[in-house]
Design a protein around this ligand. Structure first.
Ligand code: HEM
Length: 446
């Protein structure tokens, strides 16, 4: 148990892998966990044997934050979950095809203005990145974006962040392993219950407001999901989804799609401050290829160095460093070891991305590694997990990382505030975040 309360758990689990190998077992209360720390082993479990390891462990506190296990991210692998994921995925893909690029570009232009308004004063950009990422998701979901100062946005983000950080805290996870503790007063747990109730009120409010605006025919996630509440079979009146599913899919996309993208943008700026020559090389590539215009997502094929920078930041700082725990839904094996049903599997993506047998000089920021060789290294990059539980927002995230980074680096040169470089170790809860740092965004000459 103590092992799981370290301040940088991914780094700690990776150092255990150096001692015990890329597959080892941890006992936590009455739960057995198997930690996987190489790309090959993670692929074997998540992709090759996906149907054995597609489950999610059931937990007392997980049920509380996921509407009784009815979210896409925490729901166990059942027929109901498969329908939920399939419908949420097709609703999202429809938005990706129809509107995602213009939604991101609008937010990138807005972010540009925010940075210009700072007039080269040193600022912490993490909140602006959160607003941009959150606005992409709220526009896809409800057709609505918010100003940073908006009370509605602050309430929603404040509440979602609080839930993620409380749920990751040892005071709360102890309740899963030691049921007797549930009988004792636990102020963080009471706060969690309050925040979950607040979250549900806010999301319900958004969905109701969306309905009263009469936007049910728009191309938004909520419109597509609400359609799934209409009976598919008029005789039995059976519907594919319930209101709880629509509600929890919205929560999934807001939680999954905001802090991850925002944290990644902070990491990209942090690494580029450490290596200004990389930043300049991306700028030169953008100038040559775009000839002054703003990027489209289709330009990515002609911007290999920018793509390499994005991959390298994803490698060094996979923002969901331990993915989300999986569960063996039947007896199986991984790397020749027997894995009994119900074993919890932790895909240590951070460890796999620092495996010295795959990555030369694994702790260095070296985007060029993705331009060398035959692309084999891209196969070992697993920032979005894989198989049945592959990140639902992978295509949204990839377009966001590309367009936000391209827009930012086309227009600004990022410089340290007073010569002090950001810390690159970070703080790991569910999301791996950079410690707060200030940066100057200097506009590039037109
Ligand atoms: C840099 C950005 C992102 C990264 C690195 C990332 C990474 C991940 C990872 C590693 C998982 C767990 C996979 C597993 O359990 O094996 C995950 C799950 C998930 N992500 Fe993302 N993600 C990102 C952005 C997004 C976005 C933008 C959305 C929504 C629009 C999203 C929604 C989800 C959802 C709903 C799940 C749960 C999937 C399931 O359990 O079936 N993520 N993500």
């Amino acid at each position: 148990m103590w092992d799981l309360t370290r301040d940088h758990l991914p780094l700690h689990l990776t150092s255990l892998a150096c001692r015990y190998g890329n597959i080892y077992r941890l006992n936590c209360g009455n739960t057995t966990m198997v930690v996987l720390s190489s790309s090959d082993i993670i692929r074997e479990a998540l992709v090759k044997k996906w149907s054995d390891f597609a489950g999610r462990p059931h937990s007392y506190t997980g049920d509380i934050v996921s509407g009784g296990g009815r979210s896409v991210s925490l729901g166990d692998y059942t027929e109901e979950w498969r329908t939920h994921r399939r419908l949420a995925h097709s609703a999202l893909q429809r938005c990706v095809t129809e509107s995602l690029q213009s939604v991101i570009q609008e937010q990138a232009v807005h972010l540009r203005q925010v940075l210009l308004d700072y007039k080269e004063t040193p600022v912490d950009l993490s909140e602006d990145f959160t607003v941009a990422a959150s606005n992409v998701i709220t526009t896809l979901a409800f057709g609505k974006a918010y100003e940073k100062s908006s009370v509605e946005l602050q309430r929603l983000q404040g509440c979602l962040n609080e839930i993620v950080s409380l749920w990751g805290s040892p005071w709360i996870s102890a309740l899963d392993s030691f049921p007797l503790l549930r009988k004792l007063p636990n102020p963080p747990f009471s706060r969690l219950l309050k925040e979950v109730a607040r979250r549900d009120d806010l999301i319900r409010g958004h969905i109701e407001e969306f309905k009263t605006r009469g936007s049910e025919n728009s191309i938004t996630l909520t419109a597509s999901l609400l359609k799934c509440l209409e009976p598919a079979d008029t005789k039995t009146k059976a519907t594919a989804l319930t209101h709880v599913h629509v509600h929890m899919a919205t929560v999934d996309l807001l939680i999954g799609g905001t802090e991850t993208t925002a944290a990644w943008l902070c990491w990209a700026v942090a690494f580029l401050l450490h290596r200004p020559e990389v930043q300049n090389r991306v700028y030169e590539e953008l100038c040559t290829v775009l000839e002054g215009r703003y990027p489209q997502y289709s330009d990515r094929h002609r911007l290999p160095y920018l793509r390499a920078v994005i991959s390298e930041v994803l490698r060094l700082r996979p923002v969901a460093p331990l993915a989300v725990p999986h569960k063996a839904i039947r007896h199986s094996s991984i790397a020749g070891y027997f894995i009994p049903k119900n074993t919890v599997i932790i895909p240590n993506l951070f460890g796999a991305h620092h495996d010295p047998t795959v990555w030369k000089d694994p702790f260095s920021f070296r985007p060029e590694r993705f331009l060398e060789g035959n692309g084999a290294s891209l196969r070992s990059l697993l920032p979005f997990g894989g198989g049945a539980r592959l990140c639902l927002g992978e295509s949204v995230a990839k377009m966001e990382l590309f367009l936000f980074t391209a827009y930012l680096l086309r227009d600004f040169q990022f410089q340290t505030a007073d010569g002090s470089l950001p810390d690159l170790r970070g703080v790991a809860t569910v999301v791996l975040k950079a410690k707060p740092f200030k940066v100057i965004a200097r506009p590039r000459a037109e």
